[in-house]
Design a protein around this ligand. Sequence first.
Ligand SMILES: [Cu+2]
Length: 260
Amino acid sequence: MLFFASSILLAAVASARPSRILYRDGPIEVGGFKVQAANRIIPVVVGGPQDTFVPNTVKASVGDIIQFQFSNGNHTVTQSAKDAPCKPLEGGIHSGHIPFEDGQTTVGTFNMPVTNADVMFLYCATGPHCQEGQVMVVNPTDDQQIVDYAKGSQSTTESVDGTTVNGGTVASIPLEAAAFVPAPAEEEPPAGAPPAADPPAADPPAAEAPAAPPAESSAASSAAPADATSAAAPAATSIPGTTTTTITVPAATATPAAAA
Ligand SMILES: [Cu+2]
């Protein structure tokens, strides 16, 4: 049921509509159109199978809280100026680096209160993520703004990290409450039966099955009896016998040497 709900959520997010808005002082909105928005919590997924923000544009009102939820990888939410992508804006918001690793049961969040209706340009300051398009715009004035900002970020050569956490609160939520399904653990690909296991195991990625083939003892035990059973007795007997004979021969040779 949770998985089903998550699928709906992801589909809704993909269509760029604020789908699962949580009202702190009211009913929970699930895809309808209750518009008297007051103090909403708006989830934005950061990272995951791809280095992205989902959604990458958000319309928020003063009093709302944008809750950045950090999925797989290690990412930041950092504010830049419109025309200076991938570089922190002085006094702008910065979440710090918040990782998500396989097996985590909680999700790191950065809760950013929206204090004015101005446009905000945000990027991830980890590695080349900004150049790769991990950027978003809050309260864009038109649809072109995110496109232009992403293009600008791609033209930069490197990102500048933020310095101090600012403009929000770092916290965490249970994984079950997150707006995403984590990427599958990276240790499991060798097994040949992922298709069958996928649908049921999609919601909690907890149990890992250590499948180690322990076949050494049987091989060793079968090899040992083979040696003992085979006609090793004659060979073993002949070797000592030969050695003894050789020792006798040099003794005879020593005689002429001594004579010379
Ligand atoms: Cu990132």
